[in-house]
Structure formats: C-alpha cells, structure tokens
Ligand binder design. Structure first.
Ligand code: IVH
Length: 664
C-alpha cells in the first residue's frame, strides 16, 4: 500500500495495532509476530508520518515507548563464572601467547578462532526450553545483576530460539554509533551530562530501572559464546558460533580462523583498517583456541583463561594546532582548562575542542598555545590532548597558567587543598556555578524537567527570573512569555514539566540537590534507607556511615551541605513545592526475604528484636512467634532458646547474626 493513499482511519488503526503488539512484546513477553515483521510495521508507520506530519500525535508509537517499571536489580550467582580476558597491545605478546599455548597443548599447530572484540557490556543470557528466561550482567564474575527486563527490549535478541534448547549464552550488549550520537545530541539539548563513549552509554542504559526507557536507547547485542555447563557435544569455538547462529541469535559479525601467527596478524590488520567504518565500537580482536577440549585442558588463572587473549588497538590520534586555552567553570566551582583547536577529523568526527583536565597536567605536559598538539580519542567522545610536538614550537611561546581570577565572575581563584584543581570560591554568587547547578537540578536523573536546556536556563537567569532551583516553582505564564521563542504551547509545556517534577522520588530529589560526592547511585542508596529528607538532614555521622556504601567522605559532605544556612533555606523553599516519595518498597523488590517467615531467638549484638524485625518486614518478610512448618529461617543471637532445636528437627535453616547481615 503506497503511503500517500493511506486514509487517516487506516493510520489510526495501524497505530493501535502497533501499540497492541508492543504491549504483547514488552509487557506480556508474548510476541505475536516476529521482530522483523514488527519492524516492518513500524517502518511503514514512519513512512506514513513522513507524508502526513500533521497526523502525528504524542501518542504515536514512534513518539512514545511502553511503560514497564522495574524495581531494583536482583543479584544472581553465575552457574559458570564469567571470566575476563588478558589484554595485549603488542604483536610480540601475541607471539608469546601462541608459544605458551603450543607448550600447554603439546601440539605444534593449533587452530584459533578470531573475533571482533566488541566494546560493550558482557552479559549472560539463559534460555530454558528455547525461551528467554534471564539476562545477567557480569558483575564481579561470580555474581551478576538480573537485567532480564532490560535486555528483553533489545530488538535483535530473540525471545524464543529456533529450537527448544536450554542454553546459557554469552555475549556483549553495545550501543551502535548512530544510536549513541542521537542519545548524546538529545542529552546536550536538554542540558544533561554526555556519555563519554558508547560503552558507558550501553552500561548506563542497562542500569536504568525503567525498561521502557532502555527500549528507547536502541541497544544491540552480539553473542560469542556458550557457557561450559550447556556446551553439550560441541567440539570447537567455530561450532559454537555456528550453533548460536542456527538458534537465531545475532553473532559477532567479523570472525575467522587461523593457524599461524602471520594469519592472525593479517586478520588483526584488516580489522584495524575497517575499524573506523564499522557501525559500532570495537577495541580489538579476540584470539581464542578453537578446540573446546584444549580450552578445557588449559583452564584459567584467576579471572582470565589461558586459552584466549585480547589484542587491543591503540587509541586513534590526530595532529592539529592549539589555538587557545579557555577555562570552564563547573557546578562546584572547579575550573577545567579546555583546548580550543584548529578543527581536525578524528575517528569519524570533526574535533575543535579537547579537554586538558587540569592546570597541573598542562604544565606537566608543557602544552602551550600555538603548539602543534596530538589529540587522542580512545573510543571516548571527549577527546584529550596527549602531548605537544615540542620541535614545532614557535619562539617566544610561554607556559600556560591558570588565570588568577574566575573567567565568569572575576573572583580570585583558589587552589583546592590536596587536589590538583583550582576553584572559583564564589559559590553562591558566580553565575557560571549557579547555571551549572540549575542544569544539574533539572537534568534527567534529577528532577527531569526536559524542557530546560542550557539556552533556556541561561535566559531564565539573565532575565532575573531564576536565581536558584526553587525559583523554578514560582515561574508564571507571564514570566515565560518574556522568553525568546516561547509561545503558548511551549510555555504550557514547560509549566507542565515543572508541575510534573513536583511528584518525584526521594532519590532523584537528593541527587538534584547537587551535594558533593552524591551521584545517582549514592542518592539511591540513601533514599532506600531514609524515609524523608528531614531525616537525612539530621542524621549523625555514625548513622550515615552505618549505611552500606556510605563512607566518611560522603557522610561529611552530607553534613557540611545541611550545615549551611543557605542550603537549609533553599531545601525548605523547595519542599514547599516538591513532594519526594519514599522508595523503600520498590527498593527491596525481589529481596531474598520477600515472602519468607522468620522466627527470632536469643539476643542479637547489633540490633534489638524490633530493629531486626523492622528490617525483615521492610524487605517483604514476615515475623513468626514460634517455629513451625511455615518458618523459613530462624535468626539466632546469643543464648538462643529451644527454638533452635525445633528448627533443627524440622530442617529449617538457622542464621547467625553475621549471615543475616550479609543477606540484608
Ligand atoms: S570471550 C573467557 N569474545 O571482552 C573469555 N569476549 O575483556 C570471555 N568481549 O568480558 C570473553 N568481544 O565482555 C569474548 N568476541 C568476544 C568478545 C569478548 C567482546 C568482551 C567481553 C569480555 C571482555 C574481556
């Protein structure tokens, strides 16, 4: 059906159909059609929308993704540990590896499987009777996090295999360059921190708790292995790749075999030439002994196998001229020197700025304005200046020094004790710091007020409407009318987004405050343990450090933050509008205590009975008074009573206080 002749009713029907299929796919996990057919329909919808842009509503499947909210990730032990690879950057080391393998296998000739080393996040995926059951991150190699809901959003990963195999597949989740650029462009627009490289973006995306958000990230996957327990009769890595392919799984795209060092190096060089043109990031080539029998024989040392090695490519470099050095002021006043460069192409994009990290580094590397410099992009978006080419230095050039005053507010800068950094001390007055703090406050992981990007924030501050985050909640329609380019619709959208942000969660709110050392993860940890911001505000140092994951540095930073009168007043003003919700319930979803009945006996060292009971209940557990068939655990302190004997006779596990703390 040519898209031009589609009627509006047909378009609406197609939207509805896609929504239904989407729901089956993402929420019920029972897709009715193949991914390919689904993509075909989505593609068709996009074509129609191109011809009829006026038909598109925010409810179109092209504009919105299905909601499916997850709790915190559950930790799961790997059946077969997930190993890592020994890295090398030199061909000599590859030769050494081949020598070692010859010695260990006892064969003069060995066949190797050569594969791209994808630069992403390792995952382990379980299929049970052909059905996708579970996806785990590598974690520490022994225990990973259950990210099943998130990996289900990856379009190329089948939810059902082509037969009913029960198999544990190993692979790499990555973000293709295109998706990565799109994501960062969007983040820039809305004033959020950019991801440094596609690998971080993939990792960050997999950690999102809302899988409908993950779906938007356009992640992809390739598979390169099968865990030992489920290898069955397979004899070689070549057969492993073939099997994966037959099962309908996406397999690492460029691979080959070789028996000599020479052939291995040819493959490595060929891939390096193609590297810049690949649609995804790789960081090297993996050389694996092909025979699985020999692999088993060689085994592993610690975390890396003896039968494989990763040859990694060096970062890509380019040469250009350093035109000047500017200084950026961050949210906490830290000054960062930035290299302004004569534009040059590097790893496929035009570069005109690069980071110089800090003043010490500029001096140490003796990088001067006017120098020819080498810049590097090791898969990172933010390129860095590696070194100056001293021979090309012009006469009369001078070493660079951090300016003695802030480039924004002209305050005298100061050196941060114990750090190589310099800072503008004008915390409450420096416009650059205020702007960065406001941008942090509205950023996606914080209050998520998408409509405020750098330009809007700047205008709001310049026009004197917003000086600190709490002022956002006092903005009126009349105020916003004065902003450049703002019309009825955009004003209403912005006011709507501000209004919506009032109903946030406590972790987001804590993160939004911009307390030093409190990233999203730490904010989440805190929010799980405190019921309200008021509680956090008055917690003692001891209480704070008693929380797992909170050390002295973070605890002191929290206290210093709330000790400031200015911060107290700002928090108070914010809380007049914002009502952060506690996140306890969701935080412990899937906890091993969920639905389990505990009986407590004896006296505990670290908790009162009620205290321990509270922690169990918080995690979805129940407290029983006597030991019986329905008891799942007995928690025994010192001098336990007869309950312990009863538990033993019924084969009910008895936990010591230490074991209990670990499980918490
Ligand atoms: S094999 C025991 N093959 O590289 C060997 N790994 O540095 C396990 N990777 O954790 C890995 N592409 O995340 C293997 N073709 C490939 C790979 C690959 C990327 C990653 C993987 C692994 C890491 C080790």
């Amino acid at each position: 059906m040519p898209t031009e002749s589609v009627t509006h009713q047909e378009y609406v029907d197609l939207c509805k159909k896609i929504w239904r299929l989407n729901h089956l796919y993402f929420v019920e996990h029972k897709p009715e059609i193949s991914d390919e057919e689904f993509d075909f329909l989505l593609d068709k919808l996009e074509q129609i929308e191109k011809h009829h842009p006026d038909w598109v509503t925010p409810d179109s499947p092209t504009q919105k993704v299905m909601e499916s909210v997850l709790g915190q990730f559950k930790e799961v032990k790997h059946i077969t540990p997930m190993l890592s690879l020994a890295n090398t950057y030199t061909k000599e080391e590859v030769e050494d590896f081949l020598k070692r393998v010859r010695k260990l296998t006892g064969h003069e000739k060995n066949r190797y499987s050569l594969e791209l080393k994808m630069d992403g996040i390792a995952v382990s995926i379980h299929y049970h009777n052909g059905k996708l059951k579970r996806g785990l991150t590598r974690g520490d190699g022994k225990t990973g996090e259950d990210i099943t809901e998130n990996i289900r959003t990856i379009r190329s990963l089948p939810h059902e295999l082509k037969d009913n195999s029960t198999i544990e597949v190993r692979g790499e989740i990555y973000m293709p360059h295109k998706a990565f650029e799109k994501l960062n462009a969007h983040r820039k627009e809305i004033g959020e921190d950019l991801f440094a490289n596609p690998r971080n973006a993939a990792g960050g995306s997999l950690k999102l708790l809302d899988s409908s958000e993950v779906a938007k990230r356009e992640l992809d996957i390739v598979c390169y292995g099968i865990a030992e327990e489920t290898l069955g009769e397979l004899k070689s890595q070549g057969e492993v790749l073939k099997t994966l392919k037959h099962l309908g799984l996406p397999v690492v795209s460029m691979h080959g075999t070789a028996e000599s060092a020479e052939d291995i190096f040819t493959f490595i060089d060929e891939v390096e030439e193609k590297r810049a043109h690949l649609p995804f990031a790789i960081d090297g080539v993996v050389v694996k002994l092909d025979s699985l029998g020999d692999q088993k024989k060689l085994g592993a040392t610690g975390k890396t196998p003896r039968y494989a090695i990763a040859y990694k490519y060096k970062a890509e470099e380019a040469e250009t001229v350093l035109l000047g050095i500017t200084v950026q002021v961050g949210r906490t006043g830290i000054l960062t020197p930035v290299a302004e460069l004569e534009p040059v192409f590097l790893a496929g994009s035009k570069i005109s700025r690069a980071t110089l990290h800090n003043a010490d580094e500029v001096l140490r590397k003796d990088i001067r304005v006017g120098d020819r410099v080498v810049i590097e992009k090791g898969g990172d978006v933010i390129p860095k200046v590696v070194r100056a080419i001293a021979e090309s230095r012009k006469e009369g050039s001078q070493p660079w020094h951090m300016p003695s005053t802030c480039p924004c507010c002209a305050s005298e800068v100061e050196k941060v004790p114990d750090l190589v950094a310099f800072r503008c001390p004008n915390i409450s007055g420096c416009p650059a710091q205020k702007l960065q703090r406001l941008l942090h406050f509205v950023s996606k992981g914080a209050m998520d007020i998408e409509n405020i990007g750098e330009k809007v924030a700047e205008q709001l501050m310049l026009k004197g409407m917003v000086d600190k985050p709490s002022d956002l909640y006092r903005l009126t329609y009349d105020d916003l009318e004065k902003l450049e380019g703002f019309k009825d619709k955009s004003i209403k959208n912005l006011l709507g987004a501000i209004e919506k942000s009032k109903e946030t969660t406590l972790d987001r709110f804590i993160f939004a405050l911009g307390i030093k050392y409190i990233g999203q993860q730490t904010a989440h940890t805190l929010a799980k343990r405190v019921g309200s911001l008021a509680q956090l505000q008055w917690m003692s140092h001891e209480e704070l450090t008693a929380i797992e994951g909170i050390g002295d540095k973070v605890a002191s930073s929290i206290q210093a933050f709330f000790n400031s009168k200015e911060h107290q007043q700002e928090v108070e003003r914010l809380l007049q509008s914002v009502h952060p919700k506690t996140i306890e319930v969701a935080a412990f979803k899937g906890h091993p205590f969920e639905g389990k009945t505990f009986v407590l006996t004896g006296s505990l060292q670290n908790y009162t009975r009620d205290g321990a009971g509270g922690l169990i209940k918080e995690r979805g557990g129940l407290i029983g008074s006597s030991v019986g068939k329905k008891t799942d655990f007995v928690l025994a302190g010192a001098d336990p009573g007869s309950k312990i004997d009863k538990a033993k006779s019924l084969n009910i596990p008895v936990l010591t206080e230490d074991e209990f703390i670990k499980m918490l």
